[in-house]
Design a protein around this ligand. Structure first.
Ligand code: RUB
Ligand code: MG
Length: 428
């Protein structure tokens, strides 16, 4: 192992990839020692001095640990872009989130953030539609989008599924999506479900005069099968496909993004399983990194949390994810371990707030996120005492009240579905 990776005099080049890590050395290992091992293992080196690494090669490719803050257990490393296969997320992760997470010299190690140089951004497509394109697609320009997840998560027949989706659309939902664990089960096959639900989405469109989007889950055992499902959706006239990004994997996402150009479909990113490596604040990979990789590859919308709902995620974290989705230039925030990122020509993604939400939470959600958010209600719609359609209507009514600056209670006096929702979710 070379000993010269700690280099606090180094100022990163415009073409360097920058990573920020949280490091907790294991007992008996000092901080710079651990950082040195991490830098070497994430780039060119091994655990011992290797004769095959010439000084010229090391000079060209060696990483630079240019920021060391032992008190904050934080280091920043600049990597030459030459170390990476440009345009390959799996290769980047194999380096900066690979073996280093397993090393004995650290008790904990977390990749907090990655800043991509313009030269590497160029190799990625970014979102095909993104936030502005989704607004075009749905015809909704000036308010949050309202969506639902068909519940129960799995178990309905395709006919029943399509019926629940239809009621959601008729009641006022802009988007209806499959749940993350619904793919192609015997009781609800992918193709039949897609066909029936898209047909009823069209019916709801002609009845309501609003665009209605069905987000069918194409997650499958192979990329080949996911592409086949994507093309089935294209042929059925769908506008979207949904993917479980973590179970499917980064190679699959890059493959599907390639295909999405021809298929002309928007890609909805469900992040189930992300907590397997994002939840521990001391070890793993941050959700911020996951969000950045999604924008880079080109997912059009991404779940980011709700602050007020059922899933883990502090307000500052959720808002950092929102900013990474929508801003062209993300400023650095040392306290939140966020590196500055200029997204160049890559479009913004549409952030999705979902998980444990009820219509009565819409005023809070609007205060937190403003208009550029997709608010999704599963139980919050299908548990409405008057049924699914009324649940969807209660969401639209709550949103109307919020946009008009009227209290929910006042608005409910003339809007029955909202009144019933308030009884259920506010007057416990
Ligand atoms: O099905 C749901 C929510 O259903 P419900 O509205 O009934 O709770 C989603 O899978 C979660 O939002 C995922 O979590 P996250 O959005 O945090 O990834
Ligand atoms: Mg779900």
């Amino acid at each position: 192992m070379r000993r010269d990776y700690i280099d606090t005099g180094y100022s990163p080049k415009d073409t360097d990839l920058i990573c920020e890590f949280h490091i907790e050395p294991s007992a008996g290992v000092n901080f710079e020692e651990a950082a040195t091992h991490m830098a070497g293992e994430s780039s060119i080196d091994s655990w011992t001095e290797i004769s095959t690494l010439s000084p010229e090669l090391a000079a060209r490719l060696k990483p630079h640990v240019f920021y060391v803050n032992e008190d904050a257990q934080t280091v920043r490393v600049a990597y030459s872009e030459e170390l990476f296969e440009l345009g390959s997320v799996p290769q980047v992760l194999s380096a900066v989130a690979g073996n280093i997470l397993s090393m004995k010299v650290v008790d904990n190690l977390r990749l907090q953030d990655i800043a991509f140089p313009g030269s590497m951004l160029h190799e990625f497509k970014g979102p095909k539609f993104g936030l502005p394109g989704i607004r075009e697609l749905t015809g909704v320009q000036d308010r949050p989008l309202i969506g639902t997840i068909v519940k129960p998560k799995v178990g309905l027949t395709s006919e029943k599924h399509a019926e629940v989706a239809y009621k959601s659309f008729a009641g006022g939902c802009d988007l209806v999506k499959d749940d993350e664990n619904l793919t192609d089960q015997k009781f609800n096959g992918f193709e039949k479900r897609a066909e029936l639900t898209l047909k009823l989405a069209e019916k709801a469109e002609s009845e309501t005069g609003e665009r209605k989007m069905y987000l069918c889950n194409i997650t499958a055992p192979t990329c080949k099968e996911m592409i086949r499902r994507m093309n089935i959706l294209k042929d059925l006239g769908a506008s979207y496909a949904m993917i479980d990004i973590v179970p499917a994997g980064w190679t699959a996402l890059q493959t599907l993004r390639e295909e999405a150009d021809d298929a002309g479909l928007a890609l909805h990113a469900h992040r189930c399983m992300h907590s397997a490596y994002t939840r521990n604040p001391r070890h793993g990979i941050s959700m911020l990194v996951v969000a950045k990789l999604c924008r880079l590859i080109g997912l059009d919308q991404l779940h980011i949390g709700t602050v007020v709902g059922k899933m883990h995620g502090e307000k500052h974290e959720v808002l950092s994810l929102r900013d990474e989705c929508v801003l062209d230039n993300v400023p650095a925030d040392e306290n939140q371990h966020i590196l500055a990122q200029n997204w160049g020509r890559l479009k913004p993604m549409f952030p999705v707030a979902s998980g444990g939400l009820a219509p009565t939470m819409i005023p809070d959600l609007y205060t937190i996120f403003g208009k550029d958010v997709i608010m999704q209600f599963g139980g919050g719609i299908h548990a409405h005492p008057m049924g699914t359609a009324a649940g969807a209507t209660a969401c639209r009514q709550a949103l109307e009240a919020t946009l008009e600056g009227v209290s929910l209670q006042e608005y409910a006096k003339s809007h029955r579905e909202l009144e019933v929702a308030i009884d259920k979710w506010l007057k416990k």
